[in-house]
Design a protein around this ligand. Structure first.
Ligand code: MRU
Length: 387
């Protein structure tokens, strides 16, 4: 049995910043120290940490640590507001390049740029500008706790009511999710409810969950490696399916809802999420199964009108050819292993990390402010009540 996982993706004690290396989960729990901006950029880009809120949080904390160290050492760039700007802006721009699709990262970096400019305009001295930036960066990382709890409750209660009013069968719900939206994907550093997995946990804790189904989510296996570990740790009744089995699941089992997270939601409700989410939405529509997106307000990007404007990250082709895991010999310690499943040197590999589910396939979008649904006959959302 793997060790009981501590349900946290980032550890930070005000000084030492560490992340759990998600490339090695669930077979080993190894924490890596993040000492520099480059360490943070590499950890995000190589997906040692992943999940929209978590990557924004790590970038913010790495930035805060960098500035805290500079304050202690009275670094040269603290000599004037202009020298701080010249030092800080390229760092924020660099962190922003680590992964393109999840808006949380660029929104966090933008927010820190706004803080920088506001402190400069307010005529603050160099050290105070720096202290303001550290405080704002910590806020970015700490905001998840309350909002995740609210999202889970709004979404969970809405689903239970909907099922009741639509004459749904049973009092306990079967829910399918995609990817990993639990503690490993979010930025909270204490155990708490998360986004889509938060809703599932809320249903479980209120006695309203029958079974949580989840896709393996190839090629990175966020489902079979990470969601499996979280659901096992939380002792939630769950069943893993391969990505190709969604249609079969809907044909043969009574699934009450599909619940997913999001990396970016545009003004009209189109939603980018992990590759395979769109497939699940199309098949859910065919089976009239409600499709629910759960995400913090910071995931909504009102500056983009529709999903065609979302930058979709293409991952290195080799990642679609490999499976990471561990070998468990009958007589010895388990060993991490990466196995190639394709012929070596294979050419022609398509590996987008995300897809976009059009608003017309989404039944509800849940944020910490509430639940938005489409008006009858409309194909897009008016998200103004939930942002
Ligand atoms: O490539 P990943 O693992 O970072 O993708 C993560 C997802 O797509 C999640 O569903 C999304 O970030 C929401 S997490 C609360």
């Amino acid at each position: 049995m793997p060790p009981k996982f501590p349900l946290t993706s980032i550890k930070f004690d005000g000084d030492r910043l560490e992340i759990v290396n998600q490339l090695l989960l669930p077979h080993s729990t190894e924490f890596i120290e993040i000492n520099t901006i480059e360490d943070a950029h590499d950890a995000i880009k190589s997906m040692k940490i992943r999940g929209a809120p978590a990557i924004a949080s790590l970038a913010a904390l790495a930035f805060a640590s960098h500035l805290s160290r500079a304050l202690k050492a009275s670094a040269d760039f603290l000599s004037s507001p202009d020298t701080i700007r010249a030092h800080v802006e390229p760092i924020l721009a660099y962190l922003d390049t680590a992964r393109p699709t999840a808006v949380n990262l660029s929104a966090a970096m933008q927010r820190l740029t706004t803080t920088l400019e506001a402190s400069i305009v307010a005529g603050k001295d160099a050290r105070t500008i720096c202290t303001d930036l550290v405080a704002e960066a910590h806020k970015v990382a700490d905001e998840d706790i309350g909002r995740n709890k609210k999202m889970a409750q709004w979404g969970g209660d809405w689903l239970v009511d909907r099922n009741k009013h639509n004459g749904g069968t049973g009092t306990k719900l079967n829910v399918l999710t995609v990817c990993n939206t639990g503690s490993l994907a979010t930025s909270v550093r204490t155990s708490s409810l998360r986004t889509a997995l938060g809703l599932i946990t809320y249903l479980h804790e209120s006695g309203k969950l029958a079974t949580a189904y989840y896709t393996q989510t190839t090629p990175y296996h966020q489902g079979s490696r990470l969601t499996a570990l979280e659901l096992q740790t939380l002792e939630i009744s769950s069943v893993m399916i391969c990505d190709t089995m969604v249609g079969s699941l809907f044909q043969h089992h009574n699934i009450h809802a599909v619940v997913v997270g999001a990396d970016r939601i545009t003004k009209n409700g189109d939603t980018a999420n992990k590759i395979g989410t769109y497939n699940a939405a199309v098949i859910a529509a065919r089976h009239k199964i409600p499709f629910v997106v759960v995400a913090p307000i910071s995931t909504v990007d009102v500056a983009i009108t529709d999903g065609s404007g979302i930058p979709i990250e293409q991952r290195p082709p080799i990642e679609a050819c490999l499976v990471r895991g561990a070998v468990y010999p009958s007589d010895g310690e388990s060993k991490q292993a990466t196995v190639m499943i394709t012929p070596p040197g294979l050419k022609g590999i398509y590996n987008p990390s995300f897809d976009v589910t059009p608003a017309e396939l989404i039944t509800a979008i849940v944020t910490e402010k509430g639940v938005a649904t489409r008006r009858p006959g409309e194909l897009i959302f008016d998200l103004s009540s939930v942002v």
